[in-house]
Design a binder for this molecule. Structure first.
Ligand code: AMP
Length: 590
């Protein structure tokens, strides 16, 4: 098979590295490519946005599959152009890629299909936008509608800054046509994460979570860049949030795009802002992220070519992704001065030394050959990517390799992956135990409350009857591990909560689960009727019981933790407001 990859950055190098491992692939071309890509593919000097020349090349060389990396050619319609000529191509059509190339369109789809995003509005008129900003107040975010290489978003701390940003975009046209419309939206707070998935317009296969580092300097200081590093997995996206992201964001968006007559095929990338249990979409991208592609593709164990082919043929339902359980970290090495002005043509040393390091791959972004030597030729130059058993190990391997590579003025962040390490260091305060993994759908009620109140928790399976030693060990070690409350869910003769309570002085809340013909009454009585001296709090059967257990645990922790107590209070007020709202709607019937 002959493959053509369009683009020439770190993302495309990672895609080619992965495609080159396919047994089906005999030859890879890349347009235009870079010095690192040249090791694996024949670089062709055609601009990534010159669709006609690329299609002519694909026809001439009898290319079997073309793969598009960057957003530019997708938004210009390269996929439609190739398909019209009967050429097979992997990527989103022009109408589908609009989810990235028009923020207004993306907002329209999200609002229409109930996908959570920042509240905002689109304007072409300066006056109307100014009035909206004055009404909403600061902080507020002003965005150019179209593609602006990641620079068209201005987060404004004051109304004056927002008004200046509006002028920059709508009047001074700093982003050209991309700024003929502006989106003004609420400023979200939280931790950002990237969620990417393969989709053929019907089936969605998620890749693991990842996180980019946009600002140039450590601790997220300084101006934004294309991305200074990334890692996967991102622990901010735990299993609970992963499932919600799929159900509340990825699936409705893909279904919505199909309903709009713009079936989405390719890689769909959601940039998310996560704040405890709240997930909102910041933006969609219509392709792999750069630098997220590098760590993600290093974790993908499948041959990627059959997946791309299945997407083109709309039979992704027949595929499953196999993901390496290990973690990956990519540290971007950039030219001095980037994201501002920087020098080109500086020779890079040390690349040979890192070639031999196991589980490390150096993906090239802005590199070229000059006098037979690899030189820095762009802002972001290399993405040094390492695989390790843990994020900590991957960080250490990546930086060991980074330290061996040098050129004049090189800069890189020293804190890639540190946010993940911080999260891994947080000690759980609540231990959620269930008798069987079948109980998970019920116990997720408690998980949801932990997320809502920002309480770190651990979750596991232990059975009072089948694994009594494990259950006992959990309870005996809980206090020492920093646990403050135990929530235990079980069905049938539910002895789990009691067995745990017998082994600890921590408060234990039992959740009776409806898993037998007695509909949870058996579990309720087994949980609640404890002998004197071993109390177990029991708050009701099933999912509402699990939710209540979560709230009660938060209230117990809230006795000594004002922040948690405050969040519980907000939750109570929200519930009261919901009841008042429902009452108002019913009273309208009179
Ligand atoms: P975008 O291209 O829309 O992802 O925006 C680029 C960056 O701007 C994001 O990665 C965020 O850091 C920031 N950003 C975008 N929208 C918002 C928002 N509504 N609130 C806060 N920050 C935002």
């Amino acid at each position: 098979m002959k493959v053509l990859v369009v683009g020439g950055g770190g993302r495309e190098h990672a895609m080619i590295w992965k495609i080159a491992q396919s047994a089906q692939v005999k030859k890879i071309y890349c347009a235009p490519g870079n010095a690192g890509i040249a090791d694996l593919a024949e670089c062709v000097p055609i601009d990534a946005e010159d669709m006609d020349q690329l299609a002519a090349f694909a026809r001439r060389q009898k290319i079997d599959l073309t793969v598009v990396g960057p957003e530019g050619p997708l938004s210009k319609g390269i996929v439609d152009c190739f398909e019209k000529q009967g050429l097979r191509i992997f990527g989103a059509s022009q109408k589908a890629a609009e989810i990235e190339s028009s923020k207004t369109f993306a907002k329209h789809v999200m609002n229409k299909y109930g996908v959570p995003t920042a509240e905002g509005a689109t304007f072409t008129s300066l006056k109307a936008a100014e009035a909206y900003i004055k009404k909403m107040g600061a902080p507020i975010v002003v965005k150019a509608d179209g593609l602006a290489a990641g620079k068209g978003v201005i987060v404004c701390a004051t109304v004056a800054q927002a008004l200046a940003a509006l002028k920059q975009i709508l009047v001074d046209k700093e982003f050209g046509q991309a700024g003929s419309k502006v989106v003004v939206e609420e400023c979200l707070v939280g931790e950002e994460a990237s969620f990417l998935a393969f989709t053929d317009g019907k089936t969605v296969l998620p890749l693991p979570s990842s996180q980019d580092h946009k600002p140039i300097f450590d601790d997220d200081k300084g101006p934004n860049t294309g991305g200074m590093g990334a890692y996967s997995p991102a622990p901010v996206v735990d299993q609970y949030l992963h499932d919600r992201i799929m159900n509340e964001i990825m699936l409705p968006t893909v279904r919505g795009m199909a309903a709009e007559g713009r079936p989405y095929k390719g890689v769909l990338y959601a940039g998310l802002m996560i704040n405890r249990d709240q997930i909102k979409v910041l933006e969609f991208n219509g392709r792999f992220g750069d630098p997220e592609a590098q760590p993600l593709l290093m974790r993908l164990k499948n041959d990627i070519v059959p997946i791309m082919e299945a997407i083109i043929d709309e039979r992704l339902d027949q595929c499953r992704l196999e993901i390496d359980h290990r973690a990956t970290v990519c540290v971007v090495m950039a030219s001095g001065g980037y994201p501002g002005k920087y020098k080109k043509g500086l020779p890079i040393s040390g690349l040979d030394k890192v070639r031999r390091i196991k589980d490390v791959v150096v993906f090239h972004a802005g590199t070229a050959f000059k006098d037979n030597q690899v030189v820095a030729n762009g802002g972001r130059v290399l993405g040094v990517t390492a695989l390790g058993d843990t994020v900590a190990e991957a960080i250490s391997k990546a930086y060991k390799a980074v330290e061996k590579i040098k050129w004049q003025g090189v800069q890189y962040r020293k804190d890639i992956g540190q946010k993940a390490l911080k999260r891994y260091q947080v000690k759980p305060q609540v231990c959620i135990v269930m008798g069987s993994d079948n109980d998970l759908p019920v116990m997720e009620g408690a998980v949801g409350m932990m997320k809502k109140f920002g309480i770190p928790f651990e979750i596991t399976v232990a059975s009072a009857h089948r694994t009594p030693e494990k259950a006992a060990h959990l309870a005996v070690s809980a206090r020492q591990r920093g646990i403050k409350v135990i929530i235990a869910g079980a069905g049938h003769a539910a002895h789990l909560a009691g067995a745990l309570a017998a082994q600890t002085t921590l408060p234990v809340i039992g959740v009776p689960i409806d898993s037998s013909c007695l509909q949870g009454l058996d579990a309720l009585l087994s949980t609640v009727q404890m002998p004197p001296g071993i109390p177990v709090a029991t708050v009701s059967i099933g999912r509402s019981g699990a939710k209540n257990a979560g709230i009660l645990a938060a209230q117990i922790i809230g006795v000594a933790d004002a922040q948690v107590a405050g969040l519980v209070e907000v939750h109570k007020k929200e519930m009261a407001a919901q009841v008042a709202h429902k009452a108002e709607r019913l009273e309208a019937y009179r």
